[in-house]
Design a protein around this ligand. Structure first.
Ligand SMILES: [Zn+2]
Length: 146
């Protein structure tokens, strides 16, 4: 299960830089191990969404004991988010050529054929997945077979 939550910029940045590997939350959503948290950044002045998101997996949930009543502490790890591929041409056989990819968090642009396919975005630190199964064309072909 994925929980969508707001998060202040200072905490958002600490998660992207992999310093903050826990989340303390009001325990009202039945959080479980292996759940995912889609954390949507809000600014610290107007609490408006900035458009940046990070996805983390919940590796542990602590309740009771050392927690304030009604709250839980979650161990979290960055989950890879698929890069967004973009095509701008066709090869000789009419297949789309995906030559650009974008970080889903900060929109950093990558040249698919020339840039390293790093595990973490070089601009914002988001964990990235380069799996071509996310290519729209391949998804379509798979659907046609079924
Ligand atoms: Zn990024």
């Amino acid at each position: 299960m994925t929980h969508e939550l707001k998060i202040l910029s200072k905490y958002f940045d600490a998660i992207l830089s992999r310093k903050k590997t826990f989340e303390v939350r009001f325990d009202d959503r039945n959080y479980k191990e292996n759940d995912k948290l889609l954390l949507r950044e809000i600014d610290e002045i107007n609490y408006d969404y900035t458009g940046r998101e990070v996805c983390v997996g919940v590796s542990y949930v602590l309740r009771g004991d050392y927690c304030k009543v009604g709250y839980c502490i979650m161990g979290i790890q960055l989950s890879p988010m698929p890069v967004e591929y973009e095509a701008d041409g066709y090869d000789d056989e009419g297949h789309l050529i995906y030559d650009k990819a974008y970080c889903p968090c900060c929109r950093q642009e990558y040249e698919v054929d020339y840039d390293n396919h790093d595990n973490y975005c070089r601009n914002c630190g988001q964990k990235l997945s380069w799996n071509v199964a996310y290519l729209p064309e391949l998804l379509t072909e798979e659907n046609n077979e079924n």
